[in-house]
Write a protein that binds this ligand. Structure first.
Ligand SMILES: C[S@@+](CC[C@H](N)C(=O)[O-])C[C@H]1O[C@@H](n2cnc3c(N)ncnc32)[C@H](O)[C@@H]1O
Length: 275
């Protein structure tokens, strides 16, 4: 395991994933019944933007560093940004930190992180939080073991693997299907890199061939994906999105494109498979 999220926290991919994640949790809170979130690849939960790792890549400067603190009235990024800016000076919240701060007393968060040091940091972050459980285990295997959560029939699975292995897209497709089988109606949000279009197309085809339906994607592309050695953009695939979420996703991705990109940047929200 070479990947450490500390090098990438707050970059354009995090802004996309976390702004959409915030909006998804917001929509789950519209109903009073409890919900659970399973974060299969959770990271450390909180990142110092002044760390040697963050400084070495400087990626956050081209991501969260470009988004003004003060937004024009009623920006679609408001809720996400208020979480980011309340995290602390020069800190950036990871997905578990964002979700934990949005939970109501009846809701739960389950996190998995396999890297021993990152697991310890995450466990430390939540040591006093009874609503959050942290597991040092394989996030994919956790779908069978920990999902759904007992007595909770609504929720969201966040799949955010590091894409270090050649079969990552294929494992992701299987994990999306399994998460939905284990809890009917669950929202599944899966982040994917767009270095080149070919593996992304194969990923979508695999999901279609598996019979998966109701799949929306929201992508932020900084440039055309012609150089496969670069992270040219990324997407969040959302299975079972909330009603009219495509509108919310379009507003969020367009706003991010305006801040993070130049004239080559595009924001696309698309139904890969409709209902
Ligand atoms: C992209 S980062 C997660 C970032 C986090 N979701 C966020 O948005 O703040 C991927 C994380 O998965 C961890 N990881 C890698 N393989 C794993 C596995 N099989 N199960 C659980 N965690 C894993 C890595 O150590 C890394 O911290």
């Amino acid at each position: 395991m070479n990947y450490r999220h500390a090098f990438h926290a707050g970059n354009h991919a995090d802004c996309l994933k976390h702004a959409l994640l915030t909006a998804l949790i917001h929509s789950l809170k519209l109903k009073p019944a409890p919900f659970a979130v399973l974060d299969t690849h959770a990271g450390t939960g909180r990142y110092a933007l002044t760390s040697a790792e963050a400084d070495r890549t400087g990626e956050w400067r081209e991501g969260i560093g470009r988004i003004p603190v003060a937004q024009d009235a009623a920006s679609p990024l408001d809720e996400y940004l208020s979480i980011v800016h309340s995290t602390g000076k020069d800190l950036y919240p990871g997905s578990p930190d964002i979700v934990a701060r949005l939970l109501r007393p009846q809701d739960r968060l389950i996190c998995c992180e396999l890297h021993p040091e990152d697991f310890l940091s995450l466990r430390r972050l939540f040591r006093d939080n009874q609503q959050v459980s942290v597991h040092e285990r394989d996030g994919y295997a956790a779908i069978r073991a920990l999902w759904p959560v007992k007595n909770i029939s609504r929720g969201l699975v966040l799949l955010d693997p590091p894409f270090e292995k050649p079969d990552d897209f294929s494992r992701l497709a299987e994990a999306i299907a399994l998460s939905r089988q284990r809890l009917r109606g669950a929202i599944v949000a899966a982040w994917y890199p767009v270095k080149h279009r070919t593996p992304v197309r194969a990923f979508f085809n695999q999901l279609q061939d598996m019979g998966e339906r109701k799949i929306l994607t929201a992508e932020l592309m900084l440039r055309a994906p012609t150089d496969p050695s670069r992270l040219n953009g990324s997407g969040l695939l959302i299975a079972n999105p909330p009603w009219q979420f495509e509108k919310t996703a379009s507003e969020i991705t367009s706003k991010l494109a305006a801040y993070l990109g130049d004239e080559n940047c595009t924001a696309n929200v698309e139904w890969i498979v409709p209902e």
